[in-house]
Design a protein around this ligand. Structure first.
Ligand code: SUG
Length: 452
């Protein structure tokens, strides 16, 4: 590692702004919420405002908050590449008539879940003292495979100062290197500015091994992908632990590790079914961490896998407070399940661990597509100098919050059904809104329609 500890490092949560085409198309196989809400009428305006409200309340509580823009949807370039031609309106009409599933995929607002945007290694852990980024290839579904190109451009634009930030290529978009980013990566450490150990959780091995694969739903992360990201970032064996996700959890709808575990600092909050080898995973972490691991285990008898998936208890944000305590930001659905709410009160808050506060947030619009508070954010630990080197206007303050809220209210619809996606007016509205957004966020021309 290049540096000693750096006390100025803080975790910045970069939340994805929900895009104007947010809808329920049931695109995500293995994601129970997405599959069961297919066809519902979505409210993109409410979705974006719920996300902004979460960002604002965390900013007001003193946490560093950033924002990442949505992607260009419909992705007309993707439709053209698949052989649909003519004007934008003709391309949309042809896709709607001949391949409605493709139209739905190119309209997904899935880039809101920035925990899948990529994997980040803070500078304190990197040999060259820079923050390292790899955008996730998201190759396991077509609608998400469309994201990494723009993600790379957005991350490259915001973290463009080469003295502080290093960007790596997206892994080959093929099943062997299936990568879903930070949703399967947890950094454990004492304070954010101290050396950390990186826990990578994978669902299957591409090139053999003794893994037992899920039978019902796909495993979206491979060991080989996680190893490649760690290698790109220059991490040594002493800094990494690779653990297999429990296949039964994947089959119950746990399509990412962040649906069943969340870590921050030395705390790892997890369900007993999170890892195939629970004890081996904890032992490996303990052997490599410089500070004692604080495992907070939730047994099945307290919260069943079904309750964990339905409530997204583990898709909470675990945030560090200056007094050493931690705050858990849970989705409103946790209040609706008695066992989960009881676990929060009796097991987590009353237990012997740093979790001292539970904050409930309503992100229902995102939750219906399987995205809770933790899916909506990409954690980037940055030193004071690195925060100063961030380009664009993406660190939230009250003025930016006000402008983004007004922008959403000006441009977003409050009703969107899958059948509305063919409306050429929706595409026009969206492009106009995004063009304005790049000016608000001072990002430059990151969208394909601005570059042709
Ligand atoms: O990849 N849902 C996303 C949810 C991602 C949640 N992210 C984390 N757990 N970190 C997914 O399954 C549904 C989109 C739709 O059906 O329109 C979707 O892509």
């Amino acid at each position: 590692m290049s540096q000693e500890t750096n006390p100025t490092v803080r975790e910045v949560n970069f939340d994805g702004l929900v895009g104007p085409t947010h809808n329920y198309s049931g695109l995500a196989h293995g994601n129970v919420a997405s599959m069961s809400h297919e066809g519902l009428v979505a409210n993109p305006r409410e979705a974006a405002l719920q996300g902004l409200e979460k960002m604002k309340s965390l900013m007001d509580a003193g946490y560093a908050q950033g924002v990442l823009p949505p992607q260009q949807r419909p992705d007309l370039g993707a439709l053209r590449a698949l052989g649909f031609s003519g004007s934008n309106a003709e391309v949309l009409a042809r896709a709607a008539g001949e391949a409605p599933q493709l139209l739905r995929a190119v309209c997904s607002a899935s880039s809101m879940w920035t925990a899948n945007a990529g994997t980040v290694t803070p500078s304190v852990d990197a040999v060259d003292g820079r923050v390292h980024f790899t955008p996730a290839n998201l190759q396991s579904s077509f609608h998400r495979y469309l994201e990494p190109e723009t993600t790379a451009r957005v991350l490259g634009s915001i973290f463009r100062d080469e003295a502080h930030f290093a960007h790596h290529p997206v892994l080959p978009a093929t099943p062997a290197f299936s990568d879903e980013g930070a949703a399967n990566h947890t950094r454990l450490c004492a304070d954010h500015g101290e050396a950390g150990v990186h826990l990578y959780v994978y669902g299957r091995q591409a090139f053999g091994g003794d893994d037992v694969e899920p039978r019902r739903f796909p495993a979206r992360q491979t060991l080989e992908a996680s190893q490649a990201v760690a290698r790109q970032h220059g991490l040594k064996a002493a800094q990494t632990v690779f653990a297999q996700q429990h296949p039964e959890a994947i089959d119950a709808g746990v399509f990412h590790n962040d649906v069943i575990a969340v870590g921050n600092g030395p705390v790892l909050l997890y369900h007993e079914m999170a890892f195939r080898d629970e004890q081996g995973t904890l032992d490996a972490l303990r052997a490599k961490m410089a500070t004692p691991l604080i495992p907070v285990r939730v047994p099945t008898e307290a919260v069943s896998l079904d309750d964990a998936v339905a409530s997204y208890l583990f898709n909470s944000q675990l945030l560090s407070n200056p007094d050493g305590t931690m705050t858990l930001v849970v989705p409103g659905e946790c209040q609706e399940r008695e066992a989960v709410w009881r676990c929060l009160q009796d097991h987590l808050l009353a237990g012997h661990n740093p979790i001292a506060e539970v904050v409930v947030k309503d992100v229902k619009q995102s939750m219906r597509n399987g995205g809770g508070p933790a899916c909506l954010r990409l954690r980037v630990a940055l030193s004071e100098a690195e925060r100063a080197a961030v380009s664009g206007r993406v660190l939230l303050d009250h003025a930016l919050y006000g402008e983004l809220t007004a922008w959403v209210e000006r441009h977003y619809r409050d009703r969107l059904a899958p059948a509305d996606l063919a409306d050429p007016q929706l595409a026009e509205e969206t492009l106009a809104a995004l063009d304005e957004l790049t000016r608000i966020l001072r990002l430059g021309d990151v969208y394909p329609f601005q570059r042709c």
